[in-house]
Design a protein around this ligand. Structure first.
Ligand SMILES: CC(=O)SCCNC(=O)CCNC(=O)[C@H](O)C(C)(C)COP(=O)(O)OP(=O)(O)OC[C@H]1O[C@@H](n2cnc3c(N)ncnc32)[C@H](O)[C@@H]1OP(=O)(O)O
Length: 165
């Protein structure tokens, strides 16, 4: 079946973002703050979502985030973000974070996250996004895994007045 006219490939919005860990990014142990990595994840994912939708986007959710290895001052952090799944107005963007020790050239998987972004129209309301063209077997696998995660996410989705008594 042919893809809709405005559909876009996963590759067309992929983001590779590289950061150098500066002293201002680190804690007393000389390793990077988790919040700094979270902020880079949010930025890399937002750029991918914007590229896919060509609209303003907001972060709707970030799923569980595990930090699997520390990253030290002077190391290089590489973030790869790609749109895994789209529905009407939202996009799941997966981000993989790898750290590189510049003295040895070794690469370490540091963190991964699944984020959801919603595109907004000029009225500030959620707006339609292009469908995804799935070109590779990996694209197809990620799409179908993301579809399941979305179902779980929406089942547990909080509402903005949940905390009101
Ligand atoms: C870049 C930044 O500054 S981001 C800062 C942090 N983020 C924000 O400030 C966003 C604050 N939240 C919001 O503005 C709203 O909750 C929005 C735009 C995310 C959703 O607005 P709503 O009025 O709830 O819209 P609605 O119920 O129509 O949902 C719109 C889409 O968002 C999805 N969505 C909403 N909440 C979530 C969530 N918690 N997790 C995943 N997806 C969600 C819905 O599934 C829907 O997707 P679909 O159209 O693809 O089916």
């Amino acid at each position: 079946m042919a893809a809709p006219k405005n559909a876009k490939s996963v590759a067309s919005s992929q983001v590779i973002m590289t950061q150098l860990v500066l002293p201002s990014h680190t804690n007393a142990l000389g390793s990077v703050f988790g919040g700094t990595i979270m902020s880079w994840i949010d930025i890399a994912a937002a750029i991918a979502a914007q590229r896919h939708s060509n609209k303003e986007v907001v972060t709707a959710s970030i799923d569980r985030l595990d930090f699997v290895a520390p990253v030290y001052k002077g190391w290089v952090v590489n973030l790869h973000a790609s749109v895994n799944f789209t529905s009407r107005t939202s996009m799941e963007v997966g981000v993989r974070v790898d750290a590189e020790n510049p003295k040895t050239g070794e690469m370490f998987h540091t963190a991964s996250a699944y984020t959801t972004f919603v595109a907004l129209g000029s009225n500030g309301k959620p707006a339609d996004v292009p469908e995804l063209i799935l070109e590779t077997e990996d694209d197809k696998r990620r799409f179908s895994e993301a579809k399941e995660r979305r179902a779980n996410r929406l089942r547990n989705r909080p509402r903005s007045n949940d905390s009101k008594t």
